[in-house]
Structures are given as structure tokens and as C-alpha cells.
Design a protein around this ligand. Structure first.
Ligand SMILES: [Zn+2]
Length: 416
């Protein structure tokens, strides 16, 4: 079988490069692969002590924390590098759900050797990030067919060149838990292939290598056109992660939320912050155009702002939003997975970074540059940044770009 760390063997041999969690004997015998949902695991038998157990395969967002548990009583065994979240103990993993969902198997190319990329996850951003791994396998390993397991709402992003897609009509929250229905479907496919691997599904594949147009079919904004095009700024204003004016207004909103009072007041305040930012930028750059997107009710913005907000998400809206990002030099928004597609298509961003997200900095940015342009093009502001300071960054990106670019991309030594 292929020796490559980006391929985890599943058939004919199952990955077993680890020691028995009970007795420490190396290389327990793989019995069968289990696709639980977001986790891909396998059942093992230890030849030395007889332990029968299941172990999470080193893939996805738990890649460094593969948990194992005893088959008889779900007793957990934590990995040697630290305690893992004991997710098999959660109710959703105690009793397998047998729902089959509506699954479609789409075959584009018949292959006997495949690598499976399981993108199912209960978090929107995780599905996207795992899906970006597809390009590596399509380009670097054309002799091995790529099979993507994908939730239906992400199918539009599956790039050309995959051998098959297995599309599950599954809601994000359903990806959480032991889905015996998904596992049953996958097992039925097993016999069709001679050799099967699992893609680790890295959470942050090197983005400068990724061509987003192959996923969204929307051409991103080119940095070289930054100053040639009319300034266009797109603001991402989502209801569920808000830009607050101050620590006090955040506190008040949290309190009101608990009491279920004035549910929209913070959204209304955010709209004011967005409107004031637009006014500030317009003062410095009267020709600038603005688009606002996000899962929220439209309305209430200054004149001549394109308001693409909606409470109903569909593929047409996704594409409309991607086209707005791709027409924008800068996108502005609060940190979160809602920034992955905007930054993949726009040239740069100004991101409002909440204090409790400092550990997640840049995880949601599709970093398109591999030199010092990164620091110029991706700006992070304080959680309670004022419209004035956000606007100041936006304006600077236009006013200061040319000198910064000459200093950092042209007048330097580069290895040819
Ligand atoms: Zn053992």
C-alpha cells in the first residue's frame, strides 16, 4: 500500500501504527472501519491481551487526539499526548441513530483505488476547511480517485476532478453523534474498491496553494487590480456573532437575552455601527461602493448600499454573496467561519476579533499571500473597535497600498 502520511490506510489493511491502549502491544489488528459522522473510526482487536476496542482515526479536528474506547462498556482510553474530549460518552454517541438520510452517490470516474475525504461536521467552517483538502488529492494524486463525503448544502463547492461524491442530505447538527445510517451506506460501497485510504482532512490546508475558483466557480479579486478598480467594500453582518459598541452594551445584551427581552436590539446597534463605518469611509473615498451580506433581516442602511442580507439561505444567495466578495478589495466582519469564503474571494479584510477568540486568530482567514502582504491585507481590530477605527483601516488599505507594495514586493531581494 501507499506510504504517504497524507493517506491513512483503510483497505486491505486498516491503519494500526499505534500501541494497544490497554497492554501497550504494538499494531493491534484492524477489524472494520466505521464512519460515525464527523468522526471516522475503526474497530480493533489486540492479539496480545484480547482487548476489543474502537479508536478514532487520526483525521479531522481531533487529528492529534485520537480517543479509543473499550467495545464492551465504552471505557475511554486517552491518547498519550493529553486528555481528549470523551465524546463517546455523550448521549448522541451512546445509541446509534439509524436514519439513512437521503444519500446520493455520484460517480464521475470509476476507480479501484480511492482516497476518502470525509467533510461531514457539525460546524459550518469545519466542513469548508476539510473540503479545501480536495485540491491536493486531485492535483497530486490523479491515479487515486478522490471520493468526497459531503453534506448536501456544500455540494455546490465540490470541485471538478473528484472521482465520486457521496452526498448526504444531513443538517449540520445531525453530524454530531453516531450515525449508523451513514456507516451502513459507506460499508455497502466498500466492496467496489480494492484499495481505500482516508484523507486526514487537515483543518488548515496551506491556502495560498488553493484556487478558490475551482470550488465556488467564482474568480477571486486579484491584488493587482486593487487600485485600478472602484473601491468596493463588503461588510458581513451576522446576527449570531455581533459587533458590540462597548463591553457595557455586550453585557446588557447578554442580560436582555437571558430575559428574552428586545431580542433585536443588539442587531439594531450593529446595523448602526455598520452604517457609521460606511459613512466614515465615504467621507474619505466618496466613490466607494458598499455591499452588506449576512443572515439577518435586510433594511435600515444608508442610501446606495447594496443590501444582500437574508434570513433564508440557498445556493443562489451563496453565489450572490461570493460574487460580492470577489468584487471587493476589502471585506469587513466579526471573526468566525463566516469570514472563510469572504477572505477567499476578496483581496483583504478588516476583522473584529473578540477577546475570547485570540487563540483562534487567522483560523477563519483564507490567507492568499505568502509574503509581508499578509500583514497589510489582513487587519485585526479590538472587539469593541469604533466605526472610526475600522474605517481608518479600510481607507489605509487603499491609500497606503502602493508604497507598501513597492517596499515589500518590489524593492527586495527575492530568490529567483
Ligand atoms: Zn492489548
Amino acid at each position: 500500500m501507499l506510504q504517504d502520511r497524507h493517506f491513512i490506510p483503510l483497505k486491505p489493511e486498516i491503519f494500526n501504527a499505534f500501541n494497544c491502549p490497554e497492554c501497550g502491544a504494538p499494531g493491534p489488528e484492524g477489524v472494520r472501519v466505521m464512519v460515525l459522522g464527523k468522526q471516522t473510526a475503526a474497530e480493533y482487536a489486540c492479539q496480545a491481551c484480547g482487548l476489543a476496542f474502537v479508536r478514532d482515526l487520526p483525521a479531522g479536528f481531533t487529528i492529534d487526539l485520537p480517543l479509543a474506547w473499550r467495545l464492551s462498556d465504552k471505557h475511554p482510553y486517552h491518547p498519550p499526548n493529553g486528555p481528549a474530549e470523551d465524546w463517546p460518552a455523550y448521549p448522541a454517541y451512546q445509541v446509534p441513530s439509524t436514519a439513512r438520510y437521503n444519500v446520493q452517490r455520484k460517480v464521475f470516474r470509476e476507480c479501484k483505488r480511492i482516497v476518502v475525504l470525509n467533510t461531514i461536521d457539525h460546524l459550518y467552517g469545519h466542513v469548508l476547511l476539510k473540503l479545501f483538502n480536495a485540491q491536493h488529492y486531485i492535483d497530486k494524486h490523479p491515479d487515486i480517485g478522490l471520493v468526497v463525503i459531503v453534506p448536501k448544502m456544500f455540494e455546490w463547492l465540490v470541485p471538478d476532478g473528484v472521482a465520486e461524491s457521496w452526498v448526504f442530505d444531513i443538517k449540520l447538527k445531525e453530524a454530531w453523534g453516531w450515525n449508523a445510517g451513514i456507516d451502513a451506506f459507506v460499508s455497502e460501497q466498500w466492496g467496489r474498491f480494492d484499495e481505500i485510504y482516508l484523507a486526514p482532512g487537515y483543518s488548515h490546508p496551506e491556502f495560498t496553494e488553493i484556487n478558490i475558483e475551482r470550488f465556488s466557480r467564482v474568480k477571486p479579486f486579484e491584488l493587482t487590480a486593487f487600485l485600478a478598480e472602484t473601491p468596493h467594500i463588503t461588510m458581513v453582518a451576522r446576527r449570531d456573532r455581533l459587533w458590540y459598541r462597548s463591553a457595557f452594551s455586550k453585557l446588557v445584551h447578554r442580560g436582555l437575552k437571558k430575559l428574552r427581552l428586545f431580542p433585536d436590539i443588539a442587531v439594531w446597534q450593529q446595523d448602526r455601527l455598520v452604517a457609521r463605518t460606511i459613512k466614515r469611509v465615504r467621507k474619505a473615498m466618496p466613490q466607494a461602493r458598499f455591499t452588506v451580506v449576512g443572515l439577518a433581516k435586510p433594511g435600515g442602511l444608508p442610501a446606495h448600499v447594496e443590501d444582500l442580507r437574508t434570513m433564508r439561505m440557498d445556493q443562489e444567495t451563496e453565489l450572490k454573496w461570493c460574487r460580492a466578495y470577489a468584487a471587493s478589495q476589502v471585506v469587513v466582519g466579526v471573526h468566525g467561519s463566516n469570514m472563510i469564503l469572504p477572505t477567499a474571494h476578496a483581496a483583504g479584510c478588516v476583522e473584529i476579533l473578540p477577546y475570547d477568540r485570540y487563540g483562534n486568530i487567522v483560523q477563519d482567514i483564507s490567507v492568499r499571500y505568502n509574503d509581508r502582504m499578509q500583514l497589510f491585507m489582513y487587519r485585526f481590530t479590538d472587539e469593541f473597535a469604533s466605526p472610526r477605527s475600522v474605517a481608518r483601516h479600510v481607507v489605509s488599505m487603499f491609500k497606503d497600498l502602493e508604497v507598501y507594495r513597492l517596499d515589500n514586493q518590489v524593492n527586495i531581494f527575492r530568490s529567483e
